[in-house]
Design a protein around this ligand. Structure first.
Ligand code: NAD
Ligand code: LMR
Length: 345
């Protein structure tokens, strides 16, 4: 049984994500932290007849850190979807100004109150907020690279859904894990490696080049489709709650010793600090970046045991170009995020 915190629990992602977590019988306690309406969301979810005890926490004032401390104490998994979402015309980088400080302050709370927790960052721009989290944890002397994930699962979910449409697969679930998504989580830093698909390789090979090009673009810019359709009311929330839960569920299962088969194999990719995880150092050296999304193998404590660097080997020349572009984009965000905490050099 695992105690989980959601920071930003009353938001568009936070509410459905908390609902999915409440439905998981392996969750013993759910700490819902938000600056607004966490009590209402907690009261609502607490009526669901599943084991998880739900408690809401909100700061009494801007300077109140006590509520965050109470929410995080004893948590083994902390999921952070707090912060502002995009509006049409904005990039994820435009969110940095507001979300950088939010993520930093929440992660400072993690460092103080549950330093051994596995932390999953959803708040954008993920390519920069994860380095912010890492630097903040380092500042407190509690950074464990194996326990910090930037959640990029929505890219995998989209890649599977859009590919199912193209090859006529009625149930996209059969494509789960079929498209390795690497790089980062924004535009051209998202790289779907179709050449790595094994089970559906022959169907993919039949698709015209132009269709494949459009597919890659759609996976990279799928977030824009939702931002435009919501027309000012935010970005992906429901699909993100599903994706965030899909990743968190693996961590919860691993921690509970359940479904070892899936949790021991390489799962969806996540954006991680490469030099600190087995298999990551080589990728870091080759691409000149310290962070990259790669398929992750989870250990029994829900931490990253290793990353699957083999997906980067034997890629097509076109994919190699995409990887270079992704690495350049990720590199800039890492500098921005790192400098936010350690100060510009
Ligand atoms: P939202 O505005 O609906 O919800 C955000 C919540 O965060 C709000 O309830 C707000 O009160 C809360 N919040 C703000 N500051 C806080 C703080 N200091 N402490 C605790 N809570 C705080 O936004 P959303 O649609 O849920 O999106 C949240 C974030 O997730 C955005 O940055 C968005 O870009 C990002 N996102 C990431 C992915 C991904 O794939 N990683 C996908 C979709 C959205
Ligand atoms: C997404 O991919 O849907 C999220 O990162 C939200 C966004 O801003 O597009």
């Amino acid at each position: 049984m695992v105690k989980v915190a959601v920071c930003g629990a009353a938001g568009g992602i936070g509410q459905p994500l908390s609902l999915l977590l409440k439905l998981n019988p392996l969750v013993s306690e759910l700490s819902l932290y938000d600056i607004a309406n966490s009590a209402g969301v907690a009261a609502d979810l607490s009526h669901i007849s599943t084991p998880a005890i739900v408690k809401g926490y909100a700061p009494a004032s801007r300077d109140d850190l006590e509520a965050l401390g109470s929410a995080l104490t004893g948590c083994e998994v902390v999921i952070i979807p707090a912060g502002v979402p995009r509006k049409p015309g904005m990039t994820r980088d435009d969110l940095f100004k507001i979300n950088a400080g939010i993520v930093r302050s929440l992660v400072a709370g993690v460092a103080k109150h549950c330093p051994r927790a596995v932390v999953c960052i959803i708040s954008n721009p993920v390519n920069a907020t994860v380095p912010i989290a890492a630097e903040e944890l380092k500042k407190h002397g509690v950074f464990d690279p194996k326990k910090l994930f930037g959640v990029t699962t929505l890219d995998s979910v989209r890649a599977e859904t859009f590919l199912a449409e193209l090859i006529g697969a009625k149930d996209p679930e059969v494509l789960r894990g079929e498209v390795a998504i690497v790089g980062g989580h924004s535009g051209d830093t998202i790289v779907p490696l179709l050449s790595k698909s094994s089970k559906h390789a022959s169907q993919i090979a039949k698709l015209p080049q132009e269709t494949l090009k459009k597919y890659i673009h759609r996976v990279q810019f799928g977030g824009d489709e939702v931002v435009q359709a919501k027309n000012g009311a935010g970005s992906a929330t429901l699909s993100m709650a599903h994706a965030g839960y899909r990743f968190a569920e693996l961590i919860i299962q691993a921690k509970s010793g359940k479904s070892v088969t899936r949790s021991r194999s390489f799962t969806d990719a996540a954006y991680v600090y490469l030099p600190g995880i087995e298999g990551g150092k080589q990728v870091s050296q080759t691409y000149g970046v310290d962070y990259f999304a790669l398929p992750v193998r989870l250990a029994r404590d829900g931490s990253a045991e290793s990353v699957d660097a083999s997906v980067l080997k034997g890629v097509t020349s076109q994919e190699r170009e995409l990887l270079k572009i992704a690495a350049a984009g990720v590199g800039k965000s890492v500098v921005q995020g790192t400098n936010f905490v350690v100060g510009a050099k």
